[in-house]
Design a protein around this ligand. Structure first.
Ligand SMILES: Nc1ncnc2c1ncn2[C@@H]1O[C@H](COP(=O)(O)OP(=O)(O)OP(=O)(O)O)[C@@H](O)[C@H]1O
Length: 308
């Protein structure tokens, strides 16, 4: 039986903040990622994404001995040393005075069996800027250079920590086009992002983290369903505050004159009530978006945590 790409069990990483309180950056995380999966790691600021990825890359160690993190069946450090895992991080790793190709050649010379420099540059779409000085490259181009460097060891697992943070829309689209072209080789790709659209367009699977734990794990469609909310849009003539308060449980999310959009958990019951008990008409029911499901799941998890 082949081993998973990543196997995380009961992972804990605690830090001490400057005022002495304990921060549980990763708090009992269990996560298995199979080979060839493309997984997006989502979560608000401070959810524990970077800390988790740092442990997977062997850049930091778990806090206790019951925590376990295996990469391709071995330790993260073994996987890094064997060139089986590599990363595109948000910053660092590039010297502004060097030229693009020169940089790729220098890093390639550090590996016994690197991907040919020309191939890595072609895959990362940087051949056109081969002779440009790194400091003259845009943020998007620098990320593509980091991507070429990450490809050099021919890794089985590629980690991307917010690879498009700070890029404009075009540079982001360009970066993901390049990634998409490379994602067919059976590589396992794990990326942290704040852009839900990227997760939606690029990942097979979404892992949603909150306070160091996984609070939802599934395909985009499954996460939307887990969020449980639907939108009901209706024309409700002259609905005043009293009339709205009398409706079953809902959240009002938009109003344009008499056309009102509600977010509800039970759309059938809500729609039935509107049609039988009010003068509402022209109903439309749709699934909530991924970001609405995401906020709903995060607030539900935070409420449960506060209650405990
Ligand atoms: N070296 C450190 N010392 C103290 N606290 C830390 C350290 N690194 C991370 N933390 C804290 O651990 C928590 C998780 O941080 P982490 O960077 O993993 O979250 P994240 O989900 O990647 O957030 P972001 O989306 O903002 O990058 C945060 O509260 C953060 O302040």
């Amino acid at each position: 039986m082949s081993t998973a790409a990543i196997e995380i069990r009961n992972l804990h990483k605690h830090f001490r903040s400057p005022n002495g309180t304990e921060v549980r950056a990763v708090d009992g995380l269990d996560l298995t990622i199979e080979r060839g999966e493309i997984v997006a790691l989502l979560g608000a600021n401070g959810a524990g994404k970077t800390t988790t990825l740092d442990i997977v890359l062997g850049l930091t160690q778990p806090s206790d001995s019951t925590s376990s993190c295996k990469v391709l069946g071995g330790s993260p450090r073994q996987a890094v040393q064997a060139g089986k895992i590599s990363a595109v991080l948000q910053t660092g790793g590039l010297l502004g005075d060097m030229r693009v190709e020169e940089t790729v050649r220098m890093i390639a010379s550090m590996y016994d069996d690197a991907m040919p420099v020309i191939e890595a540059m072609e895959k990362a779409n940087i051949t056109g800027i081969a002779h440009r000085q790194i400091s003259k490259c845009s943020g998007g181009e620098q990320q593509r250079i980091r991507f070429a460097l990450a490809l050099l060891p021919k890794p089985e697992v590629l980690i991307l920590d917010e690879p498009t943070a700070g890029m404009d829309v075009n540079a982001r689209a360009d970066f993901w086009d390049t990634m998409r072209d490379n994602a067919h080789g059976g590589q396992t790709i794990i990326f942290a992002t704040h852009y839900l659209q990227e997760a939606e367009q690029f990942a097979d699977r979404i892992v949603l983290m909150n306070s160091g734990k996984c609070i939802a794990d599934g395909s985009v469609a499954e996460i939307r369903d887990l969020g449980g909310q639907r939108h009901v849009e209706a024309v409700l003539p002259d609905a005043n505050a009293g009339a709205l308060a009398a409706l079953p449980a809902h959240q009002l999310i938009a109003r344009d004159g008499d056309r009102i959009t509600f977010s509800v958990a039970d759309s059938d019951a809500f729609a039935r009530h509107l049609l039988t008990q009010t003068s509402a008409h022209d109903l439309q029911i749709s699934a909530a978006s991924l970001d609405q499901a995401f906020s709903h799941l995060v607030s539900a998890a935070s409420a449960t945590q506060e209650a405990n």
